[in-house]
Ligand binder design. Structure first.
Ligand code: ADP
Ligand code: ADP
Length: 229
């Protein structure tokens, strides 16, 4: 479950300025698609369309053959988890930030999600230990820790479809590498769309599309795209 398709998708925010000009994508259930391309190419727009912050002007987006316009809002949001580039946290505990809006999540589930996102890895290095840091306020966290909170939040929802919208782009390369490892583990078994800056962060993707000028400029595996130069 979680086969995502874009079929001839056209979209623009403003009349006369089309951002996506007939986009076709096919992401088999459980596979990873990476989307790269210059700033302004429409990569984040594609994520917003999947979540239905906006609707396509023409064409359609389907999940397992069903047009997402025919899916209830709540089901669509349950099916898709997004980890954005800049996670804005509440000035409340890490636990609260992970569980916010996730009705029914108990302490054990929140801690399991935190462990899955390897927040514990940071916490172990802290003299105050795990409990103190799960109770620590979100605003005190580093950029990498904030992204791990966002990942834990997504893990708690356990969505079949995962969208990583430049989830590690703002981090230093060492933190980025650590978080990419975590993400690779949680991508397993899920349909994943990774929006990325650099080709080097999406080596493991089953397919990569380069978006440019509203079209797919190149399409292939990492090795194939390197050969194209
Ligand atoms: P990318 O993620 O590839 O950098 P975006 O999808 O964020 O690109 O944006 C694609 C284009 O749409 C850009 O030219 C951007 O300025 C424009 N754009 C993004 N959001 C809006 C908006 N809410 N209203 C109008 N134009 C927008
Ligand atoms: P929810 O909060 O609906 O349970 P998520 O944990 O997947 O589901 O959180 C997604 C939230 O993050 C949305 O409410 C949205 O406001 C925000 N968000 C994530 N990615 C983006 C994006 N690319 N553009 C705009 N907002 C985003």
């Amino acid at each position: 479950k979680g086969h995502v398709r874009f079929e001839g998708v056209r979209f623009g925010y403003d009349p006369g300025r089309e951002i996506l000009k007939g986009l076709d994508l096919d992401v088999p259930a459980g596979s990873t698609l990476a989307v790269v391309g210059p700033s302004g190419a429409g990569k984040s727009t594609l994520a917003r369309l999947m979540y239905r912050f906006y609707d396509v002007a023409e064409g359609r987006i389907t999940i397992d053959g069903q047009d997402i316009r025919d899916v209830q809002q709540a089901s669509l949001r349950a099916a898709i988890g997004i980890v954005p580039q800049d996670t804005v946290l509440f000035n409340d505990t890490i636990g609260y930030n992970i569980a916010y809006g996730r009705e029914g999540a108990g302490r054990a589930e929140v801690e399991a999600a935190a462990a899955g996102a390897a927040i514990a890895g940071f916490i172990e290095r802290q003299p105050e230990g795990y409990d103190a840091r799960v109770g620590e306020r979100g605003l005190k966290l580093s950029g990498g820790e904030k992204q791990r909170v966002a990942i834990a939040r997504t893990l708690l929802k356990n969505p079949p479809i995962l969208i990583l919208d430049e989830a590690t782009s703002a981090l230093d390369s060492r933190t980025e590498a650590e978080i990419l490892d975590t993400l690779e583990a949680i991508e397993r078994g899920r349909t994943t769309i990774v929006i990325a800056h650099r080709l080097s962060t999406v080596i493991h993707a089953d397919q990569i599309v380069v978006l440019d000028g509203g079209h797919v400029a190149e399409r292939g595996t990492h090795a194939e795209l390197l050969r194209l130069g």
